[in-house]
Design a protein around this ligand. Sequence first.
Ligand SMILES: [Fe+2]
Ligand SMILES: [Fe+2]
Length: 226
Amino acid sequence: MFKERILSAWQSEMIKLNKRPWMTRLRGGEIGIGHYQSILVETYHNAGINPQQQAFATMYLPGKPRELIKKFYQHAISEIAHDLLALSDLKALGVPEAKVVNSRPLPATVGFTAFPIFQCQMRAPLGYLGYLYHLERLPTADGGKYAMMLKVLGVKDDALTFIDEHSTVDVSHNKMMDYYIDQLVTSDQDCNELIHQIRVATKLHVLMLEGALERAEDDSEWVESL
Ligand SMILES: [Fe+2]
Ligand SMILES: [Fe+2]
């Protein structure tokens, strides 16, 4: 029952956020390659921290659930180097590697990436699951559509490895999320906390995407000036 409530909360949050002007443009394919590059740079910054955060979160999970912690680590290991997929996509689009690795994340990316650490240490650790839930759910729900849209814009397969990997592999990660929820969400209060954190995570991620799109729009040469 909790799983259904959580999924439906995530879906209704995304329906709401997808109506925002930038998200409407993005989903309608009204962007250029520069916008995609800009999103990939922020994704590179965020994805490089995620596996370490997932391991870190186990420090705060209630009750030392050993089997779950083992799965958490295995899951985290499978996420290692996914930032390099984004980097490889950028290189395939002609962006020099040094410019990406020497760039700094946008403020919204810093906020989105720092959120799970704050959540674990200062609020309710279960909320970490809300962050992870969104990251795993989004690519399986929308990854295929975004890949098709980018292909129409002329993006080749070698610059779509991040999206391709996540729209397929994250299907099994969603199943792992269901297992984590079954194990850790045991009351209405837990479920409400997780849903609240899904609202925070989805909004922060959308702010990150909007920041990337805005940068590409404001300065079409932004890649050169990283
Ligand atoms: Fe990943
Ligand atoms: Fe994943």
